[in-house]
Structures are given as structure tokens and as C-alpha cells.
Design a protein around this ligand. Structure first.
Ligand code: HOZ
Length: 439
């Protein structure tokens, strides 16, 4: 295994580099999802070989403290023993049946019993699919076509939602994708995050035409941006007043801010909720659920068509059910995770201040971002003031010193139960070290 040099810097990336060269010939951009190409930080993707607890190792044997955690689902850390056991048990019984199983019913019960806004739920395969299907249900239920989204919020890559989208679309500077017919985005209206009046104006302009307002209750795809007091409550009020549905995209916040997600944390009840990978503990899963009368519109109960052979896959259900059961049985885990995260992000802010930098640390619970800007970041325009060149240099420094951060400014840092105080303090020390030498 490759050992770090005396200066603590790793330089051997030969296997990752060779694999990436081959990948570039075989896969568009060498990756199966744009952000992980490391393009926006001008580096080479580390080819990840394995993960354990809070750490991952690349093919060259370099070890990293991981602050991505598969973009959220690894809330218990990588390769959690009980999750692996559940997966292995499920595997030996069969990988997929394309038929109804007890595992799906167990999962549905666990979620519906725990989250008051969700009376019925449908499993799908990704957050993209969950959001896309929830919107279809909202349109079917209301008989309306238009939807409102917020600039900088990312809701997956379905055609109608790639409008001023965050995440990779924002990093690449291509907020709207080629290949999306104009007709597909004609009914997508865009408002400004944390600006209720911008949403209100859309309702005034299109009375009785808006099916739903979709929002990340904590925006985490333009970096982490918190909802200001009254924003989510105001959206709830506007939706109710205008007969539209409120759809929370909890792909990132669900089962992370607490077992009840952002809706529990902020005490705002959506009509529909979309979940993503955390439901499958990292396996390919998504789900959407909400009020019974809306969900009963979904096929075969109702006329809104949506289907999938791998939906509710037994192995994915086993993984997710194992993780969610542990989290439900241990509410103290959320307290611990949120407490250590609060301390970590506080120390990060102190390091920024001590280094004499004006940069912004936004955080809530175990999610956070360091923005390289002197401006407060409360929306898409604010996020875009961050100096992505500075982020790139910072991210490369951290990678070279064994800390794996999102290879793009407009993503979140995710902490897990597995991160130790020592690992978190070491990370803060490195940030401090970097900022003190930053050009
Ligand atoms: N869109 C994801 C981050 N918000 C990244 C997905 C991935 O590359 O795995």
C-alpha cells in the first residue's frame, strides 16, 4: 500500500490516472455523473476502491477522511456491519423478482409510521425518478401543468427540472441542458430561494395554473443554503391559498437532519416528499410519498402512470431498512451527530476567522459548506459570488493531505456517525494550515 511522504502529501495517483485515461475513451467525460470528474477543480478523479467507517481508499492505496459519504446516505459510515449483513441475507434469497415483496411493505410501514405527512409511499430507483414522479402525481391531482422551482435548487436530471439547476449543472456553468426541448421546460417557473415575494408573484401571474412548488427545504446543491425564518412556512401558506401542492425534495435532508427530515426540523408539513439514496443506505433507491388522496392517483390505484422493475428491489430495501431501523431505534445518534457537527463547523468558522479570511461557513446539522466569498450566501446569486478557483486550490490541498471533499464548490459536506473527534479536528487543522498559506 502506498504510504504518505514525510510531508504528509500523497503523490501516487498512477492507478487512478491510468484508469481515468481508459475511462475517458469508454465513458463520456470518463465518469457516470459529471461532478465526480473533478473537472471543476482541475484534477483527476480518485478511483475509489473501498470504504470503511468515515474513510475511503483509492486504487493507489491512498486513504481519505470522506466528507461526501456517497452524497449523503452513508450516515452511519461506510460498510456498516448490520447493513452489510442485511444485504448479504437478502442477496442469497434472490437479487430481483420484479414482484411484490414483504421487504417493500416493511419499508413503507417504517416510513409512513414515522413521518406524519406521508400516508402512502412509492419506491423508485433514484431521487431524480422520485421527484419526476411526484410532480406527475401533483399535476394529475391538481389538473394543472405549471410548477415552481427555485434557482440553484437541484432536483435531478429530468427534462423539466434542468432550469437554473444547481449541482453539476451549476458547476459546469451550464444551468440549462442541451437536448431538452423548449416544450419540456415551458411549464417550469423559477423563483428566488429565500424570496417569498418572487414565488408570490408567480402565483399572481398564473392563478390556478400552478400544480406544485418544489423546494429543497435546505438547499444543498448550490452549496448549503439555509431557509430563512418564514420562508418554508410562507411557501406552505401560498400553496394552500392557491390550491397548489408543496413538494419537499428531501433527497439530502431526509433522515439526515433528524429521522423526520427537514419537515420535522422546521415544523412545516408538505403535501408530497421526495427521498433519494439515503432510503437505500447507498443502494440505488428513491421514493415519493404524501397525502393519501394524492398518492391514490398513482397507477394502478389511479390514472397517473409510473412503474419500474427494480422499484422496491429486495436487496436495496434490505440495506435501507437496516439503516433506517438503526436510526429510528437510536434517536441519540442524531443528537450526537448534530452536536459533533455543530462543534466541527464552529471550529471551521473560527479557523476561517483566525486566518483573516472573509469566507462564509453555512451549516445545519451534519451538512455544511465553505464558500470562498465575503458575501453572505442566502440564494443562487450569493452562491455564485464564491471564487471557484480558490475552492479548487483548497479542495486539491485537502485531497493531497487525505481529506476527500466534494470536487466542486456547489455541493455539501456530509458528516457521519463514524467521523471521530480526532478526524474532525485534524480536518480543521488542515483547513487552517491551508488558509494561512492561501495566495
Ligand atoms: N448530483 C450529485 C451531487 N449533488 C452528484 C452525484 C454523483 O456524482 O454521484
Amino acid at each position: 500500500m502506498y504510504e504518505r511522504g514525510e510531508d504528509g502529501i500523497m503523490s501516487n495517483l498512477s492507478k487512478s490516472e491510468t484508469l481515468f485515461e481508459e475511462a475517458l475513451r469508454l465513458i463520456p467525460g470518463g465518469v457516470n455523473s459529471p461532478v465526480r470528474a473533478f473537472g471543476s477543480i482541475g484534477s483527476v478523479p480518485r478511483m475509489i476502491a473501498r470504504g470503511q467507517g468515515a474513510c475511503i481508499w483509492d486504487e493507489d492505496g491512498n486513504k481519505y477522511i470522506d466528507y461526501i459519504g456517497s452524497w449523503g446516505p452513508m450516515i452511519l459510515g461506510h460498510s456498516h456491519k448490520k447493513v452489510l449483513e442485511a444485504v448479504m441475507d437478502a442477496c442469497v434469497k434472490g437479487l430481483s423478482f420484479g414482484a411484490a415483496t414483504k421487504a417493500e411493505v416493511d419499508m413503507a410501514r417504517l416510513i409512513c409510521d414515522s413521518i406524519p405527512s406521508i400516508e402512502m409511499i412509492r419506491m423508485v430507483n433514484s431521487g431524480t425518478e422520485a421527484v419526476m414522479s411526484a410532480i406527475r402525481a401533483a399535476r394529475g391531482f391538481t389538473g394543472r401543468d405549471k410548477i415552481v422551482k427555485f434557482s440553484g435548487c437541484y432536483h435531478g436530471h429530468s427534462d423539466g427540472l434542468l432550469v437554473q439547476a444547481g449541482s453539476g449543472a451549476m458547476t459546469q456553468g451550464v444551468p440549462d441542458s442541451a437536448g431538452v426541448p423548449a416544450g419540456c421546460t415551458r411549464d417550469t417557473l423559477t423563483a428566488i430561494y429565500n424570496d417569498l415575494s418572487s414565488a408570490e408573484q408567480l402565483f399572481e401571474r398564473f392563478p390556478e395554473e400552478i400544480a406544485c412548488v418544489i423546494v429543497e427545504p435546505v438547499a444543498a446543491n448550490m452549496g448549503v443554503v439555509l431557509p430563512e425564518a418564514g420562508f418554508l412556512e410562507g411557501l406552505r401558506y401560498l400553496c394552500t391559498k392557491h390550491g397548489a401542492l408543496l413538494l419537499f425534495d428531501e433527497v439530502i435532508t431526509g433522515f439526515r437532519l433528524g429521522f423526520g427530515g427537514a419537515q420535522e426540523y422546521f415544523g412545516v408539513r408538505p403535501d408530497l416528499t421526495a427521498f433519494g439514496k439515503i432510503i437505500g443506505a447507498g443502494m440505488p433507491v428513491g421514493a415519493y410519498g404524501g397525502r393519501r388522496e394524492i398518492m391514490e392517483m398513482v397507477s394502478p390505484a389511479g390514472p397517473v402512470y409510473q412503474a419500474g422493475t427494480l422499484s422496491g428491489n429486495p436487496v436495496a430495501m434490505a440495506a435501507g431498512y437496516a439503516q433506517l431501523t438503526i436510526l429510528k431505534e437510536h434517536p441519540e445518534y442524531y443528537r450526537e451527530l448534530n452536536e459533533k457537527s455543530d462543534i466541527f463547523f464552529k471550529k471551521l468558522s473560527m479557523a476561517v476567522e483566525a486566518a483573516g479570511k472573509p469566507y462564509q461557513v453555512n451549516h445545519i446539522g451534519s451538512l455544511g459548506s465553505l464558500f470562498f466569498t465575503g458575501e453572505q450566501v442566502r440564494d443562487y446569486a450569493g452562491a455564485k459570488t464564491s471564487d471557484t478557483g480558490k475552492y479548487a486550490r483548497y479542495c486539491n490541498y485537502m485531497l493531497d493531505h487525505g481529506v476527500y471533499l466534494a470536487p466542486a464548490q456547489f455541493e455539501a459536506m456530509f458528516l457521519s456517525m463514524a467521523h471521530t473527534g480526532q478526524q474532525l479536528d485534524h480536518t480543521v487543522d488542515l483547513v487552517m494550515e491551508y488558509l494561512c498559506t492561501e495566495a
